[in-house]
Design a protein around this ligand. Structure first.
Ligand code: FES
Ligand code: FES
Length: 165
């Protein structure tokens, strides 16, 4: 199978590796780079478990040809840890709101939450529900996940307001 060199940034580090043409980014991240927070669920774009951020936008890596990531910045949950080793505030919000049960869906939800919170906008509960509609969770019934995202969004907005001159 023909391979091509893929150069991208993964969790802030430059990565260069040979990948077969047609490989999906999910396989490159999980199987070649060992980033197992990226979950293999439906593989048809329905469950959101494979979500990563590409240049800040949530993308289903099961549908994303790896070679299309050339030059792009990929973020997975492994890249969220703070320099002091603490959890990212959004991870902390998931812990505090008991938004994790089996955990299979959690990395995908967290990365979508990173995108949502990063917009700096205040969304209503119903808007948040729509924004996470690309993710399936078989355990939690979604309410605690929404509580966690709402908490993280409110904390981030408060912090931004506090930083304004
Ligand atoms: S594994 Fe990609 S959306 Fe389900
Ligand atoms: S916590 Fe189990 S699928 Fe969401």
């Amino acid at each position: 199978m023909k391979h091509s060199t893929l150069n991208m940034w993964v969790n802030g580090r430059a990565v260069s590796l040979a990948v077969p043409e047609g490989e999906i980014l999910l396989d490159t991240l999980r199987e070649r780079l060992g980033l197992t927070s990226v979950k293999r669920g439906c593989e048809v774009g329905e469950c959101g478990a494979c979500t990563v951020l590409i240049d800040g936008r949530a993308v289903n890596s099961c549908l994303y040809p790896a070679l299309t990531a050339e030059g792009k910045h990929i973020l997975t949950v492994e890249g969220l840890q703070q320099p002091n080793g603490e959890l990212h505030p959004i991870q902390q919000a998931f812990v505090e709101e008991a938004a994790v049960q089996c955990g299979f869906c959690t990395p995908g939800f967290i990365l979508t939450a990173v995108e949502i919170v990063g917009t700096g906008k205040r969304y209503s509960r119903e808007e948040l529900r729509k924004l996470i509609s690309g993710h399936l969770c078989r355990c939690t019934g979604y309410e605690n996940i929404l509580n966690a995202i709402e908490r993280a969004m409110n904390e981030s907005l408060e912090q931004r307001e506090g930083e304004q001159p």
